[in-house]
Design a protein around this ligand. Structure first.
Ligand code: ATP
Ligand code: VIB
Length: 266
């Protein structure tokens, strides 16, 4: 009997209640900001996160783009309110003035320029795994993770495979994705306020000899999947619960619902 792993997108992207999810709650998450387009809902996510980490030049994005997303507020007070807890990386992209601004507010800045074998994103994930002492479930939401340079995007997906015990969600304005690790049966509870209806199951890295799903328009029934033959893209939700059983780790991806699309499938 394999254990069941439950997946649920518990964050909200729509309304800013100004509430941090309680530390220790199953829904608590760490927000990681990368150096790519900041999605418009980042201020909302920021307020729900228990810890906020910028990967090197991700700090420039917060400094420059959050005030632009909140144009009715004074830019300097927005910058003081949206202060990263930690900035980590090889620090070749953060502007000195941005580094000094956040240092003066008490942000912890960690320079690992001697490590040229792991990306700034992976350095942030290593911080969460090894340094963050919070005992809450290690859920991580990463923004600026999809789109942009293709080698970076592949490195982001590789980190999911390197840290299968962290529950890392990569997020953009259009999609989210996470790993369904090998050795579990997976139950994905759809949060229809945030995600759907287009979705996919991708055998990155390793092909699958046998995958079985329920809850999709085009289910797999002990089907093989591999690049060069079948991968499941442009699939659709047929239920608010999707189950996946596979002999391989798979990437689950689902569209972010755009405003105006609020229809749950059942
Ligand atoms: N063009 C891009 N597209 C997608 N992701 C990016 C892009 N540029 C940076 N990132 C992400 O943001 C993180 C911080 O980026 P930064 O610009 O500070 O450094 P970099 O020198 O490009 O990245 P690294 O030092 O990690 O190779 C990177 O580790 C990567 O995860
Ligand atoms: C085989 C191999 N390929 C590429 C790099 C380059 N690299 C990978 S991560 C990183 C750090 C970027 O901040 C750099 C420079 C390497 N080291 N080893």
């Amino acid at each position: 009997m394999v254990d069941k792993m439950l997946h649920r997108t518990s964050f909200s992207l729509k309304s800013d209640l100004g509430v941090t999810v309680a530390d220790g709650s199953d829904d608590a998450f760490v927000l990681v900001v990368l150096n790519y387009n900041v999605p418009k809902f980042v201020p909302v996510l920021w307020n729900q996160a228990r810890l906020r980490i910028c990967a090197d030049g991700g700090a420039n994005r917060i400094y420059d783009e959050i005030p632009a997303l909140l144009p009715e507020e004074d830019a300097d007070s927005v910058r003081e309110r949206y202060k990263p807890d930690v900035i980590k990386g090889d620090l070749d992209s953060i502007r000195p003035a941005v580094r000094d601004f956040y240092l003066s507010l008490g942000t912890v800045v960690i320079d690992e320029s001697e490590d040229q074998d792991t990306t700034d994103f992976e350095k942030c994930i290593a911080y969460i795994k090894d340094v963050d002492s919070n005992t809450a479930p290690r859920k991580v939401v990463v923004v600026g993770a999809l789109g942009g340079r293709f080698d970076h995007v592949l490195a982001h997906i590789n980190v999911l495979y390197k840290y299968p015990r962290l529950r890392i969600t990569l997020l953009s304005d259009d999609s989210l994705l996470y790993l369904l690790p090998q050795g579990f049966s997976h139950e994905i509870r759809i949060n229809c306020a945030v995600e759907g209806p287009h979705c996919g199951l991708i055998p990155f890295g390793t092909s699958s000899e046998s995958t079985t799903t329920t809850g999709l328009r085009w289910n797999l029934n002990e089907s093989g999947m591999a690049f060069g033959s079948l991968i499941s893209t442009s699939n659709l939700l047929d239920d608010d619960v999707v189950t996946v059983v596979s002999d391989s780790p798979l990437i689950w991806t689902i569209a972010i619902r755009q405003s105006g699309e609020d229809i749950c499938p059942t």
